[in-house]
Design a protein around this ligand. Structure first.
Ligand SMILES: Nc1ncnc2c1ncn2[C@@H]1O[C@H](COP(=O)(O)OP(=O)(O)OP(=O)(O)O)[C@@H](O)[C@H]1O
Ligand SMILES: [Mg+2]
Length: 253
């Protein structure tokens, strides 16, 4: 089974503790959420898993592979991809070209994409990209330039770019941030479909607790780089430290 196992992860930035001994396991096929206040280390954990930063200590295994030393542009080779909290789309490129970049992390513009991949390879990748756009309800958007598209569409393109490499595990950082209630419900549906229809394990960071409670098999609460608790949504909701520290009575009512 390709479970993700994080053990005793530590990361500091110039003395600021971002992760302080984080251990958790995401089982294949799970929708696993990471929650916690601003600055609690959620994105740093994503950055460690996807190779953008190297932790000071600890281990990260995916299946039987040690993935700690895999650089970000190679992480899709082991079946892991991610979205970014701050959109990393390129506005002057079309939706399709933005999605295609997900096959070539580290390549930064359309000309480079065109030069590096053969026409035949591009056709294959385009077919997958169009399927992913269709899956996300973005059929007919492929030739539109990203600039000028509503924020909600740009967020979906970010997810499409992470799906185009056909990952087995996707890390999604704050998909509902900046979304209205209806868009948030749509995101919840998409997260379930990514797991149920595409068979992709989902690790999601999110502040919207109604979304987290609705979609998650298990939830991990982080605070100041440490794990407060991990459990099923109902258990986490009832945990006294979680109620007092993060959610508040009203938020979990
Ligand atoms: N590249 C960096 N350089 C310096 N400090 C950093 C860096 N990345 C993260 N930090 C610090 O590490 C801590 C954890 O940040 P992180 O971005 O992981 O939090 P987060 O839980 O994702 O927060 P948010 O909910 O606001 O996105 C914070 O104190 C942050 O300022
Ligand atoms: Mg973050």
């Amino acid at each position: 089974m390709a479970d993700l196992t994080v053990e005793n992860l530590k990361m500091h930035f110039s003395g600021v503790v971002a992760l302080d001994g984080v251990s958790l396991e995401v089982k294949e096929g799970e929708i696993f959420s990471l929650v916690g206040p601003n600055g609690s280390g959620k994105t740093t954990l994503f950055n460690c898993i996807s190779g953008f930063v190297t932790p000071l200590r600890g281990t990260i295994q995916y299946g039987d592979k040690d993935i700690l030393c895999i650089p970000p542009h190679r992480i899709i080779d082991v079946g892991i991809s991610r979205t970014f909290q701050n959109l990393q789309n390129i506005p002057y490129m079309t939706v399709l070209d933005n999605v295609l970049l997900g096959n070539h992390s580290g390549i930064g513009n359309r000309e480079t994409v065109r030069r590096w991949i053969s026409q035949r390879q591009r056709k294959i990748e385009e077919t997958t990209a169009l399927e992913v756009l269709d899956f996300l309800g973005l059929a007919n958007y492929e030739q539109r330039y990203l600039s000028g598209q509503p924020y909600g569409i740009q967020k979906l393109v970010e997810i499409a770019r992470a799906l185009v490499s056909r990952p087995k595990l996707i890390l999604i950082d704050e998909p509902a941030a900046g979304m209205n209630d209806q868009e948030t419900m749509e995101i919840a549906k998409i997260i379930r479909e990514i797991r149920d229809d595409l068979g992709v394990t989902v690790l999601v960071v999110e502040h919207d607790m109604s979304l987290v409670m609705a979609v998650s098999d298990r939830v991990c609460v982080l605070d100041s780089g440490t794990v407060v608790t991990i459990g099923e949504p109902a258990e986490v909701k009832a945990h006294p430290d979680v109620i007092s520290a993060f959610l508040g009575e009203a938020a979990v009512a």
